[in-house]
Design a protein around this ligand. Structure first.
Ligand code: CAO
Length: 305
């Protein structure tokens, strides 16, 4: 007898129909009767082994490793930090439910950086310290004004799109307790210094766990900046119910040839992830071009005139 023939299960048409109705593949069910004949009870047992019930909801059973970790050496068991425990399901929801597209781009921020590092207070004469993130946040708000699809949420159950008329930008904060994403409210009404001050204030509140829970909700779009740490491009995960997130890498120097001369320019790597259900590739590219213009050419132009 061939092995294929061996795999054929003995089961009555009624039992086969029962298995089909429950979405079970009869060949996966172990038969308890003579010659491996499958009964309705076997099908029920099989279904039970594939799912578990959590707070009244049927959920698929978790994957279990064939071997435990300690079989391969010494291990240490720790509790998952509270913040990670809370953000985990949100990340899984985003990754499994949202069709992500990530577009990478490079922005020449040479003039923006010259401007940023030359800022000083006219009254005190002291240097104003703002990070590139304040400029990037403002550029994102300007782009959101021109591309409302990036400032919306989708309600697939009712086939509706909720367009937000406010500009509350979320930003990822790395804290000892885990990643937090608070919102900066009404960024369109702030100047660069105010954005910079607010970024510092709110990230401090997160690190000291002094922030209100509500501040993690009601955002337009998120920025995840790893620029203070390092790296270039990555694939940021959208923070639902938002539909886009901008990843920012560390700026670097690049030698380029302009009018026959080799000069050094400052380049900022960005990665824009968006929900393909509402934003298509062309719009994603246009949003990047918009950011590129506000942080690049427009800055150079303003400084030149
Ligand atoms: N390129 C080069 N340098 C950069 C930069 C960039 N894109 N962004 C920031 N820097 C510089 C700053 O200018 C600052 O330099 P100085 O000390 O000389 O002024 C230094 O890096 C540190 O900046 P910072 O990280 O403290 O401040 P920020 O405003 O850029 O960022 C915050 C604030 C809260 C976003 C940041 O501290 C943080 O937590 N980043 C991590 C976010 C994160 O974890 N994202 C991943 C989410 S997905 O898991």
């Amino acid at each position: 007898m061939s092995s294929k023939k061996n795999d054929i299960k003995l089961a009555s048409p009624k039992v086969r129909k029962f298995a089909r109705e429950l979405g079970a593949n009869i060949s996966d069910v172990k038969g308890s009767q003579r010659l491996g004949r499958v009964t309705e009870r076997d099908v029920k047992q099989f279904i039970k082994s594939q799912v578990s019930v959590d707070q009244g909801k049927v959920v698929p059973k978790k994957y279990k490793d064939e071997y435990s970790h300690e079989e391969f050496g010494e291990i240490e068991l720790k509790n998952l930090p509270r913040v990670k425990k809370l953000s985990g399901p949100q990340l899984v929801r985003s990754w499994t439910e949202i069709p992500h597209v990530t577009q990478h781009d490079e922005i020449d921020i040479t003039e923006m950086e010259q401007f940023r590092t030359s800022l000083f207070d006219h009254y005190t004469g002291e240097k104003i310290s703002v990070t590139p993130l304040a400029f990037i946040t403002r550029a994102v708000v300007n782009a959101l004004k021109d591309f409302p699809n990036f400032n919306c949420s989708i309600d697939p159950e009712n086939s509706k799109v909720i367009y937000k008329k406010y500009f509350h930008v979320g930003f990822a904060v790395d804290t000892p307790h885990g990643l937090m994403v608070p919102k900066l409210r009404d960024v369109d009404q702030m100047n660069i210094k105010e954005i910079g001050d607010e970024l510092k204030k709110v990230s401090k509140q997160c690190r000291e766990l002094k922030i209100d829970k509500k501040e993690f909700f009601g955002g337009s779009m998120t920025i995840s900046s790893l620029g203070g740490i390092g790296g270039t491009f990555f694939t940021p995960i959208i923070n639902p119910p938002e539909v886009a997130i901008l990843g920012v890498g560390k700026s670097f120097d690049r030698l380029v040839k302009i009018k026959g001369q080799i000069i050094s320019r400052k380049i900022l790597p960005i990665s824009l992830s968006y929900d393909h259900r509402i934003i298509d590739g062309a719009e994603g590219a246009r949003f990047c071009v918009h950011l590129n213009k506000s942080l690049g050419k427009d800055f150079a132009f303003k400084l030149a005139v």
